[in-house]
Design a protein around this ligand. Structure first.
Ligand code: AMP
Length: 372
């Protein structure tokens, strides 16, 4: 099978690494000449809206998928007229606008934080009247890793907030005093089979994911599965879908979904029988899905901005470094480390994780009670 991928970053790279042993070949359409996926397939270096490059990709590939949701919808729709694209443009559209996404969740009975549309600075004051403070103003499109967001704690923060997020259509969301941030990752085949991974518990700093812990047997597994199943079935979804959730007591609120493999599922490479990357390419290539059960409880530490020394990581038993081959730059995801608990006690696992968090510069998390 020949798989075309829109995007050439680490997610595309890990898809290609998972697909190669299954006999798959990859071509990446990506505007960056130094795309880190390039060594794992052919690189079509062009803008997404380049018609000639799109045609080349469609002529070469058996199926096309994508690694991130900020691909222009028009690109996916235009490719769809030439070749099968999975997940479909309808799935991409459902999650690409925060307002429509939240209405979609609610229509399926999936709860969310209170929200209100904001189309002007004047709307903002009115929305704060409905939603209250604290609240978060988010652009409806193109925000990720906390970009395009402004936290409003008191009325003074309203001053200039609309301009700060770029004076673009937004939603105002009430700030959820969550106990935990969770995500669930599931995969649906072309035949409609759905497999769920155990939920991940996620820790962010400055809007960027720093740590994910797999939580097999979590009490929130069943409601998380129910929510993502409804979304997948409604969209006739094919591939891996991630749903980010806030837990408040025994309630789960959906924050956002990502129609792609997800950073909170990187632990599945070593920690699950079949990784999210393998299952994604299996689904889009119409192959039977692999087992999503865990090998052992595991954790994933993101490496942001810079890489520690590889030998320091390898000194921690059961730690596996993944370096993406990207240039180091502040705030950039340049790698991750997985730690599995296979063959070690909970104490050894906890000790190893603290060492890794220190290597990643996450001193706060290294000292926190992570409940393991
Ligand atoms: P997002 O871009 O929507 O994924 O937001 C990035 C991060 O900001 C989330 O992972 C949360 O840590 C935080 N956040 C976003 N929305 C809310 C909210 N309504 N209440 C509390 N925290 C939030």
């Amino acid at each position: 099978m020949k798989v075309g991928v829109l995007g050439g970053g680490q997610l595309a790279q890990m898809m290609a690494q998972a697909g190669a042993p299954l006999g798959m070949e990859f071509m990446f359409l990506c505007p960056e000449a130094d795309a880190c996926a390039a060594p794992f397939g052919q690189l079509l270096c062009a803008n997404y809206d380049d018609e000639i490059a799109q045609q080349q990709l469609a002529d070469w590939a058996d199926v096309v998928t994508y690694e991130f949701e900020n691909i222009p919808l028009a690109t996916v729709e235009s490719l769809e007229r030439k070749i099968l694209v999975l997940p479909t443009s309808a799935a991409l559209a459902a999650g690409s606008d925060r307002l429509n996404e939240k209405h979609g969740f609610q229509a399926l009975g999936v709860s969310t934080a209170n929200f209100s549309a904001v189309d002007s600075a004047a709307d903002l004051a009115e929305a704060v009247g409905h939603i209250g403070l604290p609240a978060i103003l988010k652009t409806r499109t193109e925000g990720y890793d906390g970009k395009g967001q402004a936290v409003l704690r008191d009325t003074a923060d309203l001053q200039g907030a609309w301009e700060r997020v770029g004076a673009r259509p937004c939603i105002l969301e009430s700030m959820v005093p969550f106990e935990r941030e969770l995500s669930i990752i599931a995969v649906r085949s072309r035949a409609g089979d759905i497999h769920f991974y155990p939920v991940s518990e996620n820790h962010h700093r400055e809007g960027i994911l720093r740590l994910s812990l797999s939580r097999p047997g979590d009490p929130m597994q069943a409601p998380a599965e129910q929510a993502i199943r409804r979304i997948m079935e409604k969209l006739d979804y094919v591939g891996v879908l991630a749903l980010e959730l806030f837990q408040l007591g025994d309630q789960l609120l959906a924050n956002e979904m990502a129609p792609r493999v997800h950073n909170t599922g990187h632990w599945t490479i070593e920690g699950a029988q079949t990784s999210q990357f393998e299952n994604h390419v299996r689904a889009v290539c119409d192959m039977p899905l692999g087992d999503t059960s865990i090998v052992a409880p595991s954790a994933m530490v993101n490496l942001i901005g810079q890489l520690p020394k590889e030998e320091d990581i390898r000194a921690v038993p059961s730690a596996v470094p993944h370096f993406y081959g990207k240039a180091e730059r502040p705030g950039r995801k340049v790698g991750h480390i997985t730690l599995t608990r296979e063959g070690s006690s909970p104490e050894e696992f906890s000790q190893g994780l603290r060492q890794l968090l220190l290597l990643a510069g996450e001193t706060g998390l290294a000292e926190a009670d992570l409940g393991i």
